[in-house]
Design a protein around this ligand. Sequence first.
Ligand SMILES: NC(=O)C1=CN([C@@H]2O[C@H](COP(=O)(O)OP(=O)(O)OC[C@H]3O[C@@H](n4cnc5c(N)ncnc54)[C@H](OP(=O)(O)O)[C@@H]3O)[C@@H](O)[C@H]2O)C=CC1
Ligand SMILES: O=C(CO)[C@H](O)[C@H](O)COP(=O)(O)O
Ligand SMILES: [Zn+2]
Length: 341
Amino acid sequence: MLNTIYRLVKPRNFEIEFEEIDLNDDVVIVRPSFLSICNADQRYYQGKRAPEVLKKKLPMALIHEAVGEVVYDSREEFDVGQKVVMIPNTPFEKDSVIAENYLRSSKFRASGFDGFMQDNVAMRRDRLIELPDNIDLRVGAFIEIISVSYHTVQRFLKFSHRRKDSIAIWGDGNLAFLVSIILKHELPDVKLYIMGIHDDKMAGFVFAEDTFHVNEIPENMTFDHAFECVGGQGCEMADNQIIDYIRPEGSIALMGVSENRVPLNTRMVLEKGLKIFGSSRSGYEDFKNTVEFLSQNDKAAQLIANLIDSVIDVRSVEDMNRAFESDIKKAGGKTIMKWNV
Ligand SMILES: NC(=O)C1=CN([C@@H]2O[C@H](COP(=O)(O)OP(=O)(O)OC[C@H]3O[C@@H](n4cnc5c(N)ncnc54)[C@H](OP(=O)(O)O)[C@@H]3O)[C@@H](O)[C@H]2O)C=CC1
Ligand SMILES: O=C(CO)[C@H](O)[C@H](O)COP(=O)(O)O
Ligand SMILES: [Zn+2]
């Protein structure tokens, strides 16, 4: 079967390429329906990664957040027409201790190999999860970032000490919002404090105890644990503010991606006995639990749907560029591509 792939060949330039899919392989073919743009895609699209990284990774199809419909299964285990979410992390070994998304041998779509900007995607059957009918496919499109938030909260629950009266979240964007919703679900009595820079975005965190502009955090502010959901240039300020304000022995989840090394006040990390842990991507179990969470928690799913900024009809390469350019200009939220190519 001849497949069409839309690869980024250089910043802001997609090119159409054709590749054969062997239908005799053990493969499930999925036709993407809704795709969602992540900041990681934008770093490739805008050429914000280091030149040597771009040279190594491009040409590559972008997008690691997507849902679709099964069009063919060599073993006929999935029904044709079945709606599925596609898992971008692809492990090649099992480890009884290390999660699949941290194994150095795993590959990740739209980072290590082609992402979902294709007419059809040849998927390994263990990288698909069936979607119940009650999940809005526009929200389904960004299950990946929800599952990353879910994964981090589970790691936090495992690593952190038992006093969890208050948690601060740095960042007022998509990731911060999703982490907050899952934290509130897991710890209904927790007081959540949002530390951001956009008042209009922070107003959307209706379940938070309070929100603060990062330049106006009260001196006596303190909390048990914290999550950093900022990334980029803001990381340094955010991480060091967290270290300043957090109570001793608290846990800090680092989630934002920075292109540069971030200098940290390690003296205070030592003095306070802090536990800093990184969290990146997610695996099969996180996706499965996230699908169940969305399907069983209507209110949370509705709040999450508020993150949808726009749904752009994509029928051509020009539309793909239009979607990425519109995503750059958005005030906040997620840009979804309705895949009609
Ligand atoms: N660990 C993982 O697996 C994942 C990591 N990420 C990463 O997480 C980061 C956040 O992603 P996402 O939420 O989608 O991005 P957003 O752009 O939606 O959110 C980040 C928000 O933080 C604001 N901000 C900037 N500086 C600060 C600061 N010093 N303190 C508090 N808030 C600040 C930004 O404002 P402004 O836009 O004005 O700068 C923006 O509103 C990115 O680096 C992304 O790549 C995303 C998905 C998964
Ligand atoms: O978005 C993400 C996961 O959802 C991560 O930011 C992404 O995996 C980082 O990948 P890369 O190294 O290619 O920037
Ligand atoms: Zn992502």
